[in-house]
Design a protein around this ligand. Structure first.
Ligand code: GLN
Length: 259
């Protein structure tokens, strides 16, 4: 009899524990849902963002950086693909929280969205077919056919060339292909991206001419008045720079730490 009582009490305690344990967890989940940072990029911009062949995974410097920033801020980072010219509208309609896409900080963009502190210094350059000996710099592009990605600083630069016929492509892949096929005389794009393309086999068909143009700083974009998110991103970026994580990511993609 005594044994049975002890057994029943133990069983009751177990049931009670299970019930409260389970209820407790449910409550916790309801109180603290996982925070998701909805990020978007345009992934034809290696080594900053690209899709590895045969995989959906987005890789690159920007991708590692935003994942590290999200982790510092306590967010789960989800990254979607979209056209480069769709990023700013998507921020301002609230479809995404953050755009990171090698996006240069310009006065025009600062009017439209919030831009973070700079995280990378870049600049434009001209690429032509390998055996082109007529075009030696941007000065020689007057009246020529130029390809660039839609909505980029490269496209704006191309439009500033007197008499140039500019074609804006949705992806950088298409711009490069058009040059290979002889549909255009030159491509204008960011120097580190063209450098990567040439190093990955592009130098069989293309080369750069002239110097890297004026410096452009990449920034992370958020909706115009989302100052809280912008502050948190800047804080996380500063911490990553301080604790060596930024340098680690930089080294992964560029081989050495920038001076
Ligand atoms: N840095 C350039 C710009 O902001 C190009 C960006 C890109 O093609 N992803 O316009």
């Amino acid at each position: 009899m005594k044994k049975l009582l002890v057994f029943m009490m133990a069983a009751l305690m177990l049931v009670a524990l299970a019930v409260t344990g389970c209820g407790g967890e449910e409550k916790k989940a309801a109180e603290a849902p996982e925070k998701v940072l909805r990020v978007a990029t345009e992934p034809t911009f290696a080594p900053f963002e690209f899709q590895e062949e045969g995989s959906d995974k987005l890789s690159g410097f920007d991708m590692d950086l935003i994942r590290a920033i999200g982790a510092k801020m306590g967010y789960k980072v989800e990254i979607a693909n979209m056209g480069f010219d769709a990023l700013i509208p998507a921020l301002n309609t609230g479809n995404i929280d953050v755009a990171i896409a090698g996006m240069s900080i310009t006065d025009e963009r600062k009017q439209a969205v919030g831009m973070s502190d700079p995280y990378y210094t870049s600049g434009l350059i001209v690429m032509v077919q390998k055996d082109n000996n007529d075009i030696k710099s941007i000065e020689d592009l007057k009246g020529k056919r130029i390809a660039a990605q839609i909505g980029t600083t490269g496209a704006a630069k191309a439009h500033s060339v007197e008499g140039a016929v500019v074609t804006e492509f949705n992806t950088n892949t298409e711009s490069a292909m058009e040059l290979t096929n002889g549909g255009v005389d030159a491509v204008i794009n960011d120097s580190p991206v063209i450098g990567y393309y040439l190093a990955q086999g592009g130098s069989e068909v293309a080369k750069t001419v002239g110097d890297v143009m004026e410096a452009e700083q990449y920034g992370i974009a958020v909706k115009k008045d989302n100052t809280k998110l912008l502050e948190d991103i800047n804080k996380a970026l500063a911490e990553l720079k301080k604790d060596g994580e930024y340098d680690k990511i930089y080294k992964t993609w560029f081989g050495e730490v920038k001076k």
